[in-house]
Design a protein around this ligand. Structure first.
Ligand code: MG
Ligand code: ZN
Length: 219
């Protein structure tokens, strides 16, 4: 009982800080995406390919969440975009206060797009609003196509589902239609992208969609 009470308090406080973040992002006319997946689904690789396409035309920054290392942040930094690493020291999700601290390092008004790579975990990050505009859940064909059935809360809160590693479809037992049907059963509004961050297949649609989210793109 006590644990539940504490957890509820924590969540409420998180929501307050998330609302502050959202307000700040809105003031800055900044689009913020929260990237969520299991470990190994390809969040960082997708981010790298995305930065290759966008970072020369838009002002992009990245917050990297990781349990223990700054390996991913170092990969991102090679693309010459501002990046802040949040090491959660065992924490299995990012919280709004960590994001607030992280983005204090950026000049938000001078940015078009901010990516937050959450800790690799499809469970509790679904419960923590960070103040982002959109949640993007990434699954890959090397996982089970029943991921949506196993982690329904994540698919319920997500706006977009990226199915990554489609280049491996001939070698794995992943049924894309099944995965989409399961996910749509939980969240009928979900939008899908099927791509391979490794080969670049399907990436254009994703990039075009991201560009459509940038309010300052016409300025
Ligand atoms: Mg990563
Ligand atoms: Zn967690």
């Amino acid at each position: 009982m006590k644990v539940l009470t504490v957890e509820r308090k924590i969540l409420k406080k998180n929501d307050d800080i998330a609302a502050e973040n959202r307000q700040r992002f809105k003031q800055a006319n900044l689009t913020v995406l929260n990237l969520l997946s299991s470990p190994g689904a390809g969040k960082t690789t997708l981010l790298e390919r995305t930065l290759e396409k966008l970072a020369n035309r838009y002002r992009v920054a990245v917050v990297e969440g990781d349990v223990q290392t700054d390996n991913d942040a170092r990969r991102i930094a090679k693309h010459h975009v501002p990046v802040v690493q949040v090491v959660t020291r065992g924490g299995c999700h990012l919280e709004a206060n960590l994001v607030q601290e992280a983005v204090a390092n950026f000049e938000l008004d001078a940015l078009d797009l901010l990516f937050i790579e959450n800790v690799g975990n499809l469970v509790c990050p679904a419960n923590y609003d960070l103040g982002e505009n959109l949640k993007v859940v990434i699954i890959s064909t090397t996982e089970g196509d029943d991921k949506p059935l196993k982690y329904p809360p994540m698919f319920r809160v997500a706006h977009v589902c990226v199915i990554n590693k489609i280049d491996l479809l001939p070698y794995v037992d992943f049924d894309i239609q099944k995965a989409r049907d399961y996910a749509r059963g939980i969240n009928p509004d979900l939008r899908f992208f099927e791509l391979s961050a490794r080969t670049g297949e399907g990436l254009e649609d994703w990039i075009r969609w991201l560009e459509s989210l940038i309010p300052k793109s016409t300025a």
